[in-house]
Design a protein around this ligand. Sequence first.
Ligand code: PLP
Length: 374
Amino acid sequence: MPGGARLIPISVVKNSAEAEELVLQVLRSGALTQGAMVQRFEALCCEMTGARHAIAVNNGTTALVVALEALQLKPGDEVITSAFTFVATLNAILESGATARFADIDADDFNLNVATAADLVGDRTRVLLPVHLFGQPCDLAAVTKIAQARNLAIIEDAAQAHGATYGGTRVGTTSGQATFSFYATKNLQSGEGGVVTTDDDALADRLRLLRNHGMKARYQYELPGHNYRLTELAAAVAIPQFAQLAGITSARAANAAYFSQHLAGLAGVVTPVTRPDRTHAWHQYTLRITPDCLTTRDEVVRRLNEAGVGAGVYYPRAVYDYDCYRNHPRVVIGDGHAIAAKVATEVVSLPVHQHLTEPERDQIVAAVHAAVLA
Ligand SMILES: *Cc1c(COP(=O)(O)O)cnc(C)c1O
């Protein structure tokens, strides 16, 4: 690293003076648990997505858990998700009691390949759970078509896709339910936090029960629930960021466009594709280092880190490819994830966040050029 300079980090958390002010307001009020700030947060999530309902919870994983539980699945019911996602998607399926199966992905956009998902649909399938990986919406029209034909629910894991659009519609409204994460590194963050959005009144009612011990009125329990409530402090951290979302997304998109322009044509380097009918939230800017490259993926990452670029590998394996899942009775691996397994050996994500400076962008471009040489 030149002169021992710091690494350009893959994500940066900056909270505004307005967030500090709101957090202080909460602290001074003494009302720290789910209340007025959480309600404001939920209203902003409705605005972000266009959904009728937003149910705030304590993280993006529990958002998936309650979205699954709201569907009242029975033991043995199956959920089809992507073989290439963050582990939270799979853990939430298992936490809900359901059985997981995996569709392969398209190498172009890293998202679930809908034809391979359709092949997995059987008598026990209840839910399609696609992931908008790295911030680009999956093929929602194709997912919806299968769901309607086979009478399946849809839950979109939009943890990485705040503000992304599909066919002109914002992610979070088109299907049954969508979940977002507000973990510290996500495009919008509250340290820890999550939300489920839906247009369905009955699902919204059940989601509100599930996050708060199944309680309808004081000490009146309708179903066995959880304590998944969001704190007022976390809501206060997130609230000022919603007004910045368009700017955050366009800054990330400008960084992504810059990289794609300046990394075009490098042998063995595939820049990420944006599908024409979608807008990308650019949570990650992810290259593929293919066998045509003179250097291995792992060596590219090592050289980038050495050159001060905090590049990362999201994700190093297919999501189920660990002993704890291979030996799990409710994880059905099957086969046909050749693309997910291959892509996991090729991916490298570069810092693309809205706080990158122009010199940092150029440093990243130069570092990639140098890293892929023999
Ligand atoms: C971050 C993330 C989650 C989980 O969100 P947490 O808030 O960290 O629990 C789920 N799915 C995907 C794809 C994610 O990136």
